[in-house]
Design a protein around this ligand. Structure first.
Ligand SMILES: Cc1cc2nc3c(=O)[nH]c(=O)nc-3n(C[C@H](O)[C@H](O)[C@H](O)COP(=O)(O)O)c2cc1C
Length: 200
């Protein structure tokens, strides 16, 4: 099968890319609005892109033509956000926070999750998440109707036992994030990891 992307509609491009570029990590982003209400939503167009400085990027779209999703609107206003990572035990709640609620209504409250204070940004982290990264917006790129938020990481909260405190090596069985698979509703577990040594 061959696909010429110049002949595909955006919805078809999405279906092909989002189903085949997998598994993807999921950024479960918390932000605050101008009234201080906490917003949470998952974004799987996400990854880390460097360590010097430490950068992450994700792509929140529009909820309606010309109207950014609440996450993007909040970051435009206060230039900060927290990337939380969901593991298998939190996967259902993470997906539930993708509900579109009226601006200012908190997805954390409806899922029984709690917000915990951050150290370097106003936006709180999700207390139940095993890992959270506090970030500041570096730049937001607008490419066609896409929006890519690039942020630098300033502080991490990592549940004890996940990283060796001396070496910072991961204890793989202690961290089982979920990954995004085919659109619209498929996910993968990370409980069957294996190692392949690189050539010298
Ligand atoms: C696992 C998952 C991944 C998602 N990834 C994205 C994404 O990368 N970009 C996006 O715009 N929406 C994505 N969504 C949809 C948003 O989470 C959804 O539109 C949400 O309501 C946005 O919330 P907000 O308006 O509070 O920012 C995803 C949803 C799920 C369940």
């Amino acid at each position: 099968m061959q696909l010429d992307f110049s002949t595909l509609r955006p919805a078809e491009c999405y279906k092909v890319l989002a189903s085949l570029i997998t598994p993807r990590p999921i950024a479960w982003i918390t932000t605050v609005n101008q009234e201080g209400a906490v917003n949470a939503a998952p974004f799987s167009f996400f990854n880390c892109f460097g360590s010097n400085p430490p950068i992450v990027a994700f792509a929140p779209g529009n909820k309606d033509p010309g109207i950014p999703k609440d996450t993007a609107r909040n970051i435009r206003n206060n230039r900060e956000f927290v990337v939380n990572i969901a593991d298998e035990t939190l996967a259902d709640k993470m997906v539930a926070t993708s509900a579109s609620l009226p601006h200012g209504e908190s997805e954390l409250a409806i899922t029984g999750l709690s917000a915990a204070k951050s150290v370097s940004v106003m936006a709180p982290r999700i207390a139940e998440a095993p890992v959270s990264f506090e970030c500041r917006e570096w730049a937001t790129l607008e490419i066609g109707s896409n929006r890519m938020v690039v942020g630098t990481v300033h502080h991490a909260h990592i549940r004890d036992g996940i990283l060796d405190p001396d070496t910072l090596h991961l204890q793989p069985e202690m961290f089982l994030p979920v990954g995004r698979m085919a659109a619209p509703d498929w996910y993968c577990r990370t409980s069957n990891q294996y190692e392949i040594k690189r050539p010298e």
